[in-house]
Design a protein around this ligand. Sequence first.
Ligand SMILES: Nc1nc2c(ncn2[C@@H]2O[C@H](COP(=O)(O)OP(=O)(O)OP(=O)(O)O)[C@@H](O)[C@H]2O)c(=O)[nH]1
Length: 367
Amino acid sequence: MSIFDSTKRKKKLKTPVGFSWLTFLYVGKTDNVFSESTRRVFIINLFTSVGVLFTFPLGIVSLVNGQLVLGYSLLLIAFLYAMNHVYLRRTHNHALSGNFVIYPLYILMIYLVYTGGVKGTGHVWIYCIPAVSLFLHGMKRGLIELGFFTLALIITLFFTASHFDEFGYDPALKSRILFSFIVVVFLSGIYEYSMSRFNQELTETSAKLKLVAYKDAVTDLLNRRGMLQRLESSAYSRFHLLLADVDFFKSINDEYGHDVGDYALVELANLIQASLPEKGVASRWGGEEFLIAVCDCSESDAYALAELIRQRVQEHEFVYLDHKFRMTLSFGVATMNESTSLREAITLADGRLYQAKRAGRNRTQRG
Ligand SMILES: Nc1nc2c(ncn2[C@@H]2O[C@H](COP(=O)(O)OP(=O)(O)OP(=O)(O)O)[C@@H](O)[C@H]2O)c(=O)[nH]1
């Protein structure tokens, strides 16, 4: 992999001056908001923030009503969720943070079903479990955990001295709660499955589109857009550009046909690729033009590389069916550095290439 695959400039969300809810929910990490990990951080943080808004006042109400265990449990969860925000902000570790969310939630739900919560309404909260569990742990682990949770629910409902009966509910309510919970698990599972399939297809399609957008279909090198993107996002502030143009390429097309011209371009691309140093990248810049970039070397090294490629091409015999022919390249070499921008360096290389052509072709022109 080339050194030009380095730091990518990432899109930042515009945040208004002062407090921003988006910045809060993304725990300050608003770059690359479309990435899966940032999305997870967002949802976990959203869930815990909403969780604090519910559990904190409900905890206070429970304490006031004298339900001390429930009150302290809710306040503990509110505290854990608030700490989770701090933890996410510092580490962005959504995997561990997700566990902070879901495991206390499982325990709280079983506790609410067992005790009846506030005025026997505790069981109504269990329906948030399937979606959260499947989202945080995915289909496989999520369903296994939900299986265990359902088992704990059955035991709590039917085999413990839960306080459920003391609120005067119809006995059928227990089985209705269980079945409706299983239905919600089932629907959430279908939703999670279709979402993950959709996301997978979206990721694959976007990777394919990127490939098409940044690669040249004939030579498989980067195309102009891909090369510009690579160079503009490179961490290196100094590199050398070698702009090569095939000499009299039109005559190849005219003499042997367009297919042979295409074959020659592919062969040239292979020759260039095979000559590249580790810290180099090549692209098809235009019709019969190739732009090469190298870094961590001197201007003389860059010139020597252009000469090496030029000589290899000159010595190479191109063979296509019963056609045999030779080709040459002209080069213009320029350096991008602190005082010369990328665009200026490309223009310089282009000007020097033109000089090499005017001076007779099959040569390298540097500054
Ligand atoms: N086969 C093929 N030919 C291409 C492709 N892209 C551009 N060309 C041809 O490249 C040729 C470029 O011709 P010119 O610009 O006149 O340059 P040249 O013949 O190489 O002459 P100099 O650059 O002056 O040495 C044209 O005939 C284009 O049709 C391609 O993808 N495949």
